[in-house]
Design a binder for this molecule. Structure first.
Ligand code: NAD
Length: 491
């Protein structure tokens, strides 16, 4: 058990200061671990968003950050990353209490990834050169990248620090000012990140946080006439509204990282069945199944399905939910009572539509007052069932079987989503051919957990527009400018 006991302050952070919502409204931040109230959080609205955007605009225009040399911004971002690491225990426990994930992963994955992301973009920014175009010698054409200005960031609750840092790190490194709206279900670590940025020396007004509900605080940000870019991660339903709001207002650049229902295809010639089973089970139950890229549709070749599921069922007890503040817990609480009832509704739909429940299917640890779901597996799922089509965002695996390669690729692609996919086979041709045929932003071959800040992350189809991570993310937060200079050469 951690010896840290974090103090929570749910006020917004605007222009370097903690502030209550302008109209004094707030809401309770309830822990899914045991139902306790952690603190009151500012219920910001349009007035607060206006104040945050004005602060961000002033900071951008007076160049207190945008005008710094890239090497200076780098130095401050490195200090910011160091402070995140120094406060790693506190941030991890805050994340766990706020949204239910096991504290050991909050520390090892969420805190480390957030700090690493901020460090990586800080390190990158003074090593990127602009371009000179190969024009005739009578002119010089400079192609330069400039920060877009004020970036609005709206993120979900499943990886609050990581989702925020994937956007604020490239946006800040490029010289923009940011207004971040975290999810109302997990606002606390975003506020601490912004405080640590201030402590690192990133000036007032450069990184603001408005807390509150989507329609009340998120929409005014997406509709704001003085926001130049909106970077969103969340559901496809809200992501579509974000693009509409961008179009309805000032045609701000809109980038969306949205939902998924990722297929994971295991062929009978899979090189290591045990590894495939571990990855299939581990990836859907990690983070309580609340991962956009979770391989929630498992396609197993019919000839090995029985053996595969026998092995899978042996692993399930290892994912029994437990108190996520305990150091050994691997499966914690789902984020809140609403998500709990959504997941239970999907489980009921699986049962009523004829899928075969072979593991879990019930709520767990009810007496704790928290929100826990047993790791759940449905066999005998068919493509038209709800559990095969819709994103559940909970620890529920849907197992389908196949006999034909072309048919399984067709089924895998028969989704509105296209975030990630997995392929397991020893046949090099099959691996490359199927990977190429899958309509997904990332395809994993013979593993499902490789990840690195150096590679783009995002989806095809309704999984969103644009990519987080890697140097490609800078494209989202910079404008390309061409400057023509006439050369009347005297020689
Ligand atoms: P959500 O769309 O309900 O909410 C996301 C954010 O949008 C929250 O901050 C919320 O307050 C805000 N919001 C809600 N309504 C809004 C509105 N009308 N205007 C502006 N903002 C609004 O999603 P969620 O339940 O928080 O997160 C789960 C979803 O996020 C899943 O679909 C998951 O797949 C997706 N996700 C995608 C990625 C990715 O990289 N593709 C990563 C993580 C999560």
């Amino acid at each position: 058990m951690s010896t840290i006991s974090p103090k929570f302050d749910g006020r917004a952070l605007i222009n370097g200061k903690r502030v209550a919502a302008a109209d004094g409204q707030h809401f309770e931040c309830i822990s899914p671990v045991d139902g306790r109230v952690l603190t009151q959080v500012a219920r910001c609205g349009a007035t607060d968003v206006d104040a945050a955007v004005a602060a961000a605009r002033t900071a951008f225009d007076d160049k207190r950050w945008s005008g710094k040399a890239p090497a200076q911004r780098k130095r401050l971002m490195m200090q910011f990353a160091d402070l995140i690491q120094q406060h790693g225990e506190e941030l991890a426990l805050t994340e766990t209490l706020d949204m239910g994930k096991p504290v050991k992963y909050a520390r090892a994955v969420d805190v480390n990834s957030a700090a690493n992301c901020i460090r990586w973009y800080g390190e990158a920014v003074d090593k990127i050169y602009d371009e000179i175009a190969p024009t005739p010698s009578t002119a010089l054409a400079l192609i330069t990248r400039e920060p877009v200005g004020v970036v609005g960031v709206i993120v979900p609750w499943n990886y609050p620090m990581i989702m925020a840092s994937w956007k604020i790190a490239p946006a800040l490194a490029a010289g923009n000012s940011v207004v971040l709206k975290p999810s109302e279900k997990s606002p606390l670590t975003a506020l601490r990140l912004a405080e640590l940025a201030l402590e690192a020396g990133i000036p007032d007004g450069v990184f603001n946080v408005v807390t509150g509900y989507g329609p009340e605080a998120g929409s005014p940000l997406a509709l704001h006439m003085d926001v130049d870019c909106i970077a969103f991660t969340g559901s496809t339903r809200v992501g579509k509204q974000i693009h509409v709001m961008a179009g309805q207002s000032n045609l701000k650049r809109a980038w969306t990282e949205l939902g998924g229902k990722s297929p994971n295809i295991v062929f009978a010639d899979c090189p290591n069945l045990d590894k495939a089973v571990e990855a299939a089970v581990g990836s859907i139950f990690f983070n309580q199944g609340e991962s956009c890229n979770a391989p929630s549709r498992l396609f197993v070749e019919a000839s090995i399905k029985e053996r595969f599921l026998e092995k899978a069922l042996k692993l399930v007890p290892g994912y029994a939910p437990a108190d996520p503040t305990k150091p050994d817990t691997v499966m914690g609480a789902v984020v809140d009572k609403i998500q709990l009832s959504t997941v239970m509704r999907y489980i009921e739909s699986g049962k009523s539509e004829g899928a075969k429940l072979i593991a879990g299917g019930e709520q767990a640890l009810v007496e704790s007052g928290g929100c826990y779901v047993q790791p759940t597996i449905f066999d005998g799922v068919t493509p038209e069932m709800t559990v095969a089509r819709e994103e559940i965002f909970g620890p529920v695996l849907s197992v389908l079987s196949f006999t034909d390669t072309a048919d399984v690729v067709r089924q895998a692609n028969a989704s509105v989503y296209g975030l990630q996919a997995g392929v397991w086979t020893s046949d090099l041709n099959k691996a490359h051919g199927v990977a190429r045929a899958l309509r997904a932003g990332t395809v994993h071959v013979n593993q499902y957990d490789e990840d690195d800040i150096t590679v783009p992350f995002g989806g095809f189809k309704q999984s969103g527009v644009g990519r987080d991570k890697s140097l490609h993310a800078f494209d989202k937060y910079t404008e390309t400018k061409t400057t023509w200079i006439r050369i009347d050469s005297p020689v």
